[in-house]
Design a protein around this ligand. Sequence first.
Ligand SMILES: *Cc1c(COP(=O)(O)O)cnc(C)c1O
Length: 376
Amino acid sequence: MEKKRIYLSSPTMHVWEQKYVQEAFDTNWVAPIGPHVNALEKEMADYTGAGYAAALSAGTAAIHLAVKLLGIGEGDIVLCSDLTFSASCNPICYEKATPVFVDSEPGTWNMSPDALRRALKKYPDAKAVICVHLYGTPAKLDEIMEICREANVPVIEDAAESLSSTYKGRQTGTFGRFGIYSFNGNKIITTSGGGMLVSEDKDAIDHARFLSTQARDPARHYQHSHVGYNYRMSNVVAAIGRGQLKSLDLHKQLKQEIRHTYEKAFADLEEICLNPLNPDGDANCWLTCMTLSPDCPVTPDQIMDALEEENIESRPIWKPMHLQPVFADCDFFPHSESGSVGEDIFARGLCLPSDIKNTKEDMDQIIAIVRGVLGK
Ligand SMILES: *Cc1c(COP(=O)(O)O)cnc(C)c1O
């Protein structure tokens, strides 16, 4: 018999999701408009304290609209976290602007304030900074927001992985001019696919909704003064999202428990460090990651292979953007003269299975395999 698959992070549904979807069907709101879409926007704005929210088809669409709303276009420079998923920076290219990548610092694995300062010195006219909260750990937001305030550059917070994480008590995604969240299949809550753009700026969010529904001017005949997009969230998808939102705090608690289990299990091993948490924050621990010490003869690939052999899913650290063939010509600012922090994390790290449905036995098995590869 096939061994049960243990996942990195798979969807976890409860009872409200299907109830709300049933309601969408019963009322025939099966369209990218409807009461669940409006309600999810309100509930997300309330949960995060963001002010206003626009429900969209993906987190990537939310980043794209944030870039559009900031008026970014051809030839503009946008600074972006280097150690991230490519969706953070692809929308810069949709608008023919130029991404410049900013390294991580070792304390949170997020954007290095030192590298950001140097990047803004070289590119004082940068049009925006896209700051990612990787794996759910909040970035050093005080420093980053202060640097950007001084340079008068707006911040887009890519909180796709960090929904429910807080920094000094405030939700990630609510510090910048815009914040974005993702409801993709493996995020802390999911709608199968979807995203949310949030801001304090009501007019901007209203305009995002307008652009996301093909930018129809208020006229009966089909008239357009802007290029529009088909980026609106479906009412069926929003129904799932409303159900999931009820369990967001539970998911966060379970993710944090996974982290604690790994912490305890590897506490005696000098070879293993877990991804750092920001002491000024409360991370959602979306994925627990580990790095092997520089002198450890074992490689991340060996651990991932050993897990895969038992049908257990793990994943490399995101490959830094400045190492991607598609961004090979882009400028990059390392954290310090001693080299790229992101490259080092990528070379020595991996993401451990962090599925909240994992049983104690699953966790014991994962831990035994990792320790076994190390000969411990
Ligand atoms: C998932 C993710 C996105 C993209 O969100 P989608 O909803 O999949 O479009 C953007 N940035 C980061 C860091 C992500 O992990």
